[in-house]
Design a protein around this ligand. Structure first.
Ligand SMILES: *Cc1c(COP(=O)(O)O)cnc(C)c1O
Length: 460
């Protein structure tokens, strides 16, 4: 028998970025237009980078979700999650469609009021409500979703001062089979905290318990978890009915439905892996309908869906600044947008398309942002056609949590344009300017002047 030849082992660097059974990911079909408007025209008119939102897509998403829930359950109310995207133009599209407001801070609360949402249609969530916030919410008859016992006791005290009986819900957290459990917000179901808070509210008779609230997580990939949550919420509502003969007006299932983005490190693309809204709706509505409520006493189902309604309506247009080779030979492309305005690139592998036609050749590359910071990586590994300086790209699914979380760091934030139902682009937020950035700065008089002339002779 012939002796096999020795082959020496080789070690080669492995780049992050996934190959799966469908082959290497190919995401480079060009996106040349958004709602019929040419990307190149948008950049020419409004600059690069540029956020673009599609009104058509937002309304379509909302109508679709509403139809899906309303065909499965008789009493539905959506409340727009302000923190997901609180540009007034975006909020008002949702309000025009019939959505209430859902806020997690005083400033969002004021924004909703200013937009014209009646106080009794603003759901006030969050762990940080000051005494003054609570006073304002009570005066406006806003449903206050209590997060913890200290807030409950403060609220009882303030309600007494104002001689009012505010409408409240408690936020409930629970085991839905998804770990780690989201138990930092609200009162726990399994260990009895939630039931204890309910008893304190009802027996105390100072607050009007009208609802139960939960928000079991974000980007939840399991519709079944919502089914479990809805069952536990219904159990609390039925226990209240049994013990106090009191009917709860609503069960608020929060937000958290996944958008079509691809989470980093997942095997399948988001577009393939993410459940449809109908799957979440089926789980929630069946659980509530099957829980044992009398038909005429079915609670309203409130939904605070955020990202799933707006993410795919948002695009970020950008341009190539330069290409270079890294020390290991990989191609690196520097874009004019980075993690400063694309915060969600920390957890998503965003789909990024060239905005012009190319041949069939592609190359793996790293996409960097423009910041002078090592963390400014938009995609660790992406297969794109060879683009040159000045070429444009479109980043997809950026309508949620980017404009609200963008930061003014090194670069200024870009304009935001809404393409309306007639295909006309409207600026809904202007590009930042130095004046805007410095508007709150105060320069003490003694720091206003300096003299650099005497320190050193500059060589001629
Ligand atoms: C953030 C948040 C939402 C919206 O979550 P999405 O994941 O965007 O759907 C809804 N309700 C509460 C209480 C939230 O904190």
């Amino acid at each position: 028998m012939e002796k096999k030849q020795y082959e020496r082992p080789i070690i080669k660097p492995l780049n992050t970025g996934l190959m799966n059974k469908f082959g290497t990911r190919t995401e480079y079909t060009p996106t040349t237009h958004i709602d019929g408007v040419a990307v190149s025209e948008l950049i020419k008119e409004f600059g690069s980078p540029l956020f673009v939102l599609s009104e058509r897509k937002i309304r379509e998403n909302y109508k679709n979700a509403k139809r899906i829930f309303e065909t499965r359950y008789p009493k539905i109310q959506f409340a727009w999650s302000y923190k997901t995207n609180y540009l007034n133009a975006i909020c008002n599209i949702f309000h025009q469609e019939g959505s209430w407001g859902e806020v997690v801070s005083r400033f969002e609360y004021e924004k909703a009021l200013k937009n014209g949402v009646p106080g009794n249609k603003i759901l006030f969530n969050g762990p940080d409500k000051t005494d003054d916030d609570l006073r304002v919410a009570i005066k406006n008859d806003s449903p206050i979703h209590i997060d913890h016992l200290d807030e409950l006791y403060r609220l009882i005290e303030i309600a007494g001062e104002l001689n009012a009986k505010p409408r409240v819900a408690i936020r409930v957290n629970m085991d839905t089979g998804i770990y780690p459990m989201w138990d930092r917000f609200g009162f726990n179901y399994e260990n009895g905290q939630a039931w204890d808070a309910i008893n304190k509210i009802i027996a105390g008779n100072k607050l009007n318990l009208v609802g139960l609230h939960c928000h079991i997580g974000t980007f939840m990939l399991s519709p079944g978890a919502y089914g479990i949550a809805a069952t536990k919420m219904a159990d609390l509502a039925l226990s209240i009915k049994k013990r106090y003969k009191k009917t709860i007006t609503y069960i608020d299932m929060g937000g958290g439905f996944a958008s079509k983005n691809t989470l980093k490190g997942t095997y399948q693309l988001g577009a393939d892996a993410v459940p449809e809204i109908s799957q979440y709706a089926e789980a929630i509505c069946s659980a509530l309908l099957n829980a044992g409520f009398e038909t005429e006493e079915l609670p309203y189902l409130y939904l605070e869906t955020g990202r799933a309604l707006v993410d795919d309506a948002g695009f970020l247009l950008g341009s190539v600044i330069s290409n270079k080779r890294l020390s290991d030979g990989r191609r690196a492309t520097i874009m004019d947008f980075g993690v400063n305005i694309l915060f969600t690139s920390f957890w998503y592998d965003h789909k990024i398309s060239p905005a012009q036609e190319f041949g069939l050749h592609t190359e793996d590359c790293v996409l960097y942002g423009p910041l002078c910071m090592n963390i400014d990586v938009v995609r660790e590994n992406i297969s794109l056609p060879p683009m040159k300086a000045g070429d444009h790209v479109v980043v997809h699914h950026v309508g949620a949590y980017n404009i609200t979380q963008s930061m003014q760091f090194i670069a200024m934030r870009p304009a935001v344009v809404l393409i309306d139902m007639n295909g006309k682009p409207n600026v809904i937020k202007k590009k930042e300017t130095l004046d805007i950035i410095e508007i709150n700065e105060v320069l003490p008089a003694y720091l206003k002047t300096f003299n650099l002339n005497s320190t050193q002779e500059i060589e001629k």
